[in-house]
Design a protein around this ligand. Sequence first.
Ligand SMILES: [Zn+2]
Length: 249
Amino acid sequence: MFWVLRRRHLLLVLLVLLALALLFFRRGGKAPSYRAAGAPAGRQAAVTLVIDPGHGGEDGGAVAADGTVESLLNLEVALRLREVFRFLGWEPVMTRESDVSIYSEGAATLREKKVSDIQNRVALVNSYAAAVLLSIHQNSLPQAKSVHGAQVFFNRRGNGEDLAAAIQDCLNSSVNQGSAKASKAIDTSVYLMEHIQCPGVLVECGFLSNAEEAARLSSADHQTVLALSVAAGFLSGMSGGGERTEPAP
Ligand SMILES: [Zn+2]
């Protein structure tokens, strides 16, 4: 336990230093121009980061063969991501902080609850003048159980595409080694990503349909590496990084 904690902290420090170094050098040594939401009084927040752990409550999302439920992994990774951003001086807004669905009173059936939940997530994101959404999900492709790896999707608003490319780069260097993927525009049928007015990035952390990856996704160490990679990519993308690198075929 002690060894695990120490290793996690070492990883955290290393990756955060890497992210800060990337920021510093990509801006030619100048401090970044954006400011974190929740910045000290007197400094107006320029961008509000909204972290969205997908699904929750009655809506578990995808399920692995061993019964691992997507909504819980999404929450675990998202809370780690919030921890990393807090360490960096940001105060992200969460769409949920526990295993709940955020539907309004009056929603009765599961379908009504799902619709209300996703509409409330859209309204929350759109209530901020300048937000960026990071939505955390787990993928599943039961008909092709060998498929694995993290992939990043973006909506076509603001710098969403650049952020997604930068996050994908970091994930390719950490959890996708040997099987790099390219970031992609998300299908317009994904309601949340289509209806928010700000840049949105959706991270599919891995495939629950792949038994080995599902086991990794449940581990604290792997979740920490995912959170650090997403944060490092996000910061790099916000500072103008994220130039496209073609992944290996
Ligand atoms: Zn999902």
